[in-house]
Design a protein around this ligand. Structure first.
Ligand code: GLY
Length: 375
């Protein structure tokens, strides 16, 4: 008889990262349990606009850019596989992305990125204003130009998390929603499970993938994780004209979704765990959105929301084993890149725990060297 109180791996956090980890581990035949104090994908994952835009999110060449590109490249096959396995459409939309320059500062930043991005073998091209408007007639006519990245796409982050979860369930993972984890259980230098609202659940390995909530679980083990919430406010509209692909300027973006809405985001606010959308922030976002797409002024307003990204001062995710505690792993600090990096994070974590081979290098993201330290 299966003992449901014991798993090979207990995963704390049922967002896109926790669900991806469960998916890749269960593919390796490990029995996982995923615990979330709310519902699956109920926090940052449901707030995400779902851009898969390595060009926008990686600031310079290096291990993080490589990881963004590698993770993004997994989405095409993954979308098909998750659909075949679960019937869930993750909304993988493949029209590329456009980054636009409204001023000289944005122009030089885009050109800087273009140079190293193309240097990494990625498809990207500079478009003059007229070419931009041929591609997206809704764009403003006073732009200085822009970059089209034909392999930067988008998904529904929420549906991707649910599809990972549903597929993992079919491989034997158990999901415990509305089940807070009160503490990690540890003895003699190793973790042995988690204490939940429904009692002790033991496991050979514990992965903390609880986004902004991860540090409080690790503190009692005297491990300080430099992760904090970064609020992102968004709103959505219906446009009276087509917009085919995501468009961004600076850190503001407009992302068309398969349901006909366009998501505009996002603020970056260090406001603790406050998730309240504010009129002021949405008004500011709307001004920026209009500077990219003037017809935005005629958009029908749909709704507004906010999510908490797990920020990290060095902007790199923290993925790997926690030194000093055998069996304990973390996967958090993805900041703006949770959706983008979910496949790579799941694959790397499964490789770290089971030893199966992957061409992804987790070493640059190991907790050691990311400010993780004893209190
Ligand atoms: N991935 C974009 C954001 O976090 O706003």
């Amino acid at each position: 008889m299966i003992d449901h109180r014991h798993s090979d791996v207990a995963i704390v956090g049922g967002g896109i990262i926790g669900c991806a980890i469960a998916y890749y581990l269960s593919n390796q035949r490990l029995r996982c349990s995923v615990f979330d104090s709310g519902s699956l994908a109920g926090e940052a994952s449901q707030a995400s606009a779902g851009m898969l835009a390595a060009f926008m999110e990686a600031d310079a060449p290096g291990p993080l850019a490589k990881l963004c590109i590698a993770s993004q490249s997994r989405y095409a096959a993954l979308a098909k596989r998750l659909y075949d396995e679960t019937g869930i459409d993750i909304g993988y939309s493949q029209f590329g992305t456009i980054g636009i320059a409204r001023n000289e500062a944005e122009l030089s930043e885009l050109k800087r990125r273009l140079e190293w991005f193309v240097g990494l073998g990625q498809a990207a091209e500079w478009l003059e204003p007229a070419q931009l408007r041929t591609l997206e007639p809704a764009l403003a006519d006073r732009l200085l130009g822009g970059v089209h990245t034909p392999s930067d796409h988008s998904v529904s982050s929420y549906h991707t998390a649910l599809a990972f979860a549903e597929a993992a369930k079919r491989w034997g993972t158990r999901f415990y929603e509305r089940t807070p984890v009160y503490r990690l259980l540890a003895e003699n230098g190793r973790v042995i499970g988690v204490e939940t609202a429904f009692g002790r659940m033991t496991a050979d390995f514990v992965v903390v993938a609880a986004g902004s909530w991860s540090p409080s679980l690790l503190e009692p083990l005297h491990v300080k994780l430099p992760v904090y919430p970064v609020k992102g406010q968004c709103y959505s509209v219906i446009l009276p004209f087509p917009l085919r692909r995501p468009v961004f300027a600076g850190k503001c973006y407009a992302v068309p979704k398969p349901d006909g809405t366009v998501v505009i985001g996002a603020t970056q606010e260090e406001a603790g765990f406050d998730k309240k959308p504010t009129a002021e922030a949405i008004a500011t976002l709307h001004e920026t959105a209009k500077s990219m797409i003037p017809g935005m002024k005629d958009a029908k307003f749909v709704r507004t929301w906010a999510g908490l990204r797990p920020g990290n001062p060095n902007r790199k995710p923290i993925i790997g084993p926690v030194e000093g505690w055998e069996g304990l792993y973390v996967a958090t600090g993805h900041f703006r890149k949770g959706t983008l990096l979910a496949p790579a994070t799941g694959e790397m974590m499964a490789s770290l725990i089971t030893g199966f081979p992957t061409d992804l290098d987790a070493a640059p993201f190991a907790p050691k060297g990311h400010g993780l330290s004893e209190i």
